[in-house]
Design a protein around this ligand. Structure first.
Ligand code: HEC
Length: 337
C-alpha cells in the first residue's frame, strides 16, 4: 500500500514539469505572496494541472498572513480588507476546481480576476503605491468614488453603484469559460441588488429559500417568466443583448434586483464607501459610466495607456425613490398572502 502511495506521489511530481523554483515561506508576507503568485502565473502558462493546483495551494496557505498588513485604522476598513482576502481565497478555490476539471481557459479567467483583486486591494489599502507601482497589474487601472444624492438632494452614505466601461468604436467580444453567474433567492431576497454580467452569459436563479418563488422580468432587454419552482431547484436565462434586466418575484413584492448586461468584463461594484477599482484595462479611449438602481447616472470620457492609474470621480443624483413594482400581469400585489 505504502509503495503504491509513493509511486503515485512520484508519478504526480513527475507530471508537474517544468520543475518549480524554490519558494520562500518565511519573510515579509507580501514578498512571499508575490513569489507564490509568480509561480502560479508560470504554472498558468503551460505548467499543467498538477503545477497549477500545487501553486494555488501554496498561495492559499499564505492568505491567513494577510492580517499582518491589515490597516489598523478602523473596523469598517478592516471588514473590507477581510473581504478582499476572502475574495482571493474563493478565486483560488475556483482556479483549483476548474484546473482539476481541465477547464484551463476558465482557470485563466479566474486567474486574471485574482490578479485584479491583488491590484484592487493595493490601490485601496497600500500606503505607498510608488514603491512597486501597480504590480502585479497588466494593462491600466481606473479607480475613484461614486458620490450619491437621493431624490431630495440628501447625500447618501452608502448604496451600491456599478461602474463600467464602454468602448468607443470596436466592440469587445468575450466568451465566459467559468461557471454561470447566479442570482439566488435566499430569505425572501435576491442574493444581490445589482448583478453585472457580460453579454452572452447564462444566469442561474437557484431557489435556496424555504419557500416557492416565481422569478420574472418584463424588461425589453430580456423578458422572461421562470414560473413557480421550489427549494433546491434552479432555472436559467441566457442574456444576449446588452441592457438592463429588472428582475422580480411574482409572489413577493419586496424582492427586486437588477441584472446589467454589459459588452465587456471591465466593471466594478462600489464598496460601502462608494469606492471602486477596475484593473487590467487595455489601452484605449472609453466612456466610463456610473449607474445605480434608482436611475442615478454619470459618465466621463477617458483615454488610458501605458499601465496608467487614472482616477475618475462621479456625482450621481437618484431620479427615483426605491419604488414598489407591479407583478408580472402589471397589477398591484394583493395586500395579504
Ligand atoms: C487584502 C489586501 C491585499 C491583497 C488581497 C493583496 N495585497 Fe499585497 N499588499 C497589501 C498591503 C496593505 C501592502 C503594503 C504592506 C506594507 O506596506 O506593509 C501590500 C504590499 C505588497 C507588495 C510590496 C512589498 C511590500 O512588502 O511592500 C507586493 C509585492 C504585494 N503586495 C504582492 C501581492 C500579490 C501578488 C497579491 C495577490 C496575489 C497581493 N499582494 C494581494 C495588501 C494586499
Amino acid at each position: 500500500m505504502k509503495v503504491l502511495v509513493v509511486l503515485l506521489l512520484l508519478a504526480l511530481s513527475l507530471r508537474a514539469a517544468p520543475p518549480l523554483p524554490a519558494h520562500p515561506v518565511e519573510g515579509d508576507v507580501m514578498e512571499v505572496m508575490a513569489s507564490q503568485f509568480t509561480d502560479l502565473q508560470g504554472a498558468m502558462v503551460g505548467g499543467g494541472v498538477a503545477a497549477i493546483v500545487e501553486s494555488a495551494k501554496r498561495l492559499e496557505d499564505v492568505l491567513p498572513r494577510l492580517a499582518e498588513v491589515a490597516p489598523q485604522r478602523n473596523t469598517e476598513s478592516s471588514g473590507e480588507f477581510q473581504a478582499y482576502a476572502g475574495r482571493l481565497d474563493s478565486l483560488l478555490a475556483e482556479i483549483t476546481s476548474l484546473a482539476t476539471q481541465e477547464r484551463l481557459d476558465g482557470a485563466s479567467q479566474a486567474f486574471a480576476e485574482l490578479r485584479n483583486s491583488c491590484v484592487s486591494c493595493h490601490v485601496k489599502f497600500r500606503e505607498n503605491n510608488d514603491v512597486i507601482g501597480l504590480f502585479p497589474a497588466v494593462g491600466n487601472t481606473i479607480t475613484g468614488k461614486v458620490h450619491t444624492w437621493d431624490v431630495d438632494g440628501v447625500p447618501q452614505e452608502s448604496g451600491t453603484a456599478l461602474v463600467f466601461l464602454e468602448r468607443l468604436g470596436q466592440q469587445e467580444t468575450h466568451v465566459n469559460h467559468r461557471d454561470n453567474p447566479a442570482l439566488a433567492q435566499e430569505s425572501l431576497q435576491f442574493s444581490a441588488s445589482i448583478l453585472p454580467v457580460v453579454r452572452g452569459a447564462t444566469v442561474d436563479f437557484p431557489n435556496d429559500d424555504t419557500v416557492l418563488h416565481n422569478v420574472f422580468s418584463l424588461s425589453r432587454t430580456a423578458p422572461f417568466d421562470l414560473g413557480i419552482y421550489k427549494q433546491g431547484t434552479s432555472r436559467s436565462v441566457h442574456l444576449e443583448e446588452t441592457g438592463l434586466v429588472r428582475v422580480y418575484c411574482n409572489l413577493h413584492p419586496e424582492m427586486a434586483a437588477s441584472i446589467v448586461v454589459l459588452e465587456n468584463p471591465y466593471f466594478s461594484l462600489t464598496d460601502e464607501g462608494g469606492s471602486y477599482v477596475i484593473s487590467g484595462i487595455p489601452d484605449g479611449e472609453y466612456t466610463v459610466r456610473a449607474w445605480n438602481d434608482r436611475q442615478g447616472e454619470g459618465s466621463q470620457e477617458i483615454e488610458i495607456a501605458g499601465g496608467e492609474l487614472v482616477e475618475v470621480y462621479f456625482e450621481v443624483h437618484d431620479k427615483l425613490r426605491p419604488v414598489q413594482h407591479k407583478n408580472k400581469f402589471g397589477r398591484r400585489y394583493p395586500d395579504k398572502y
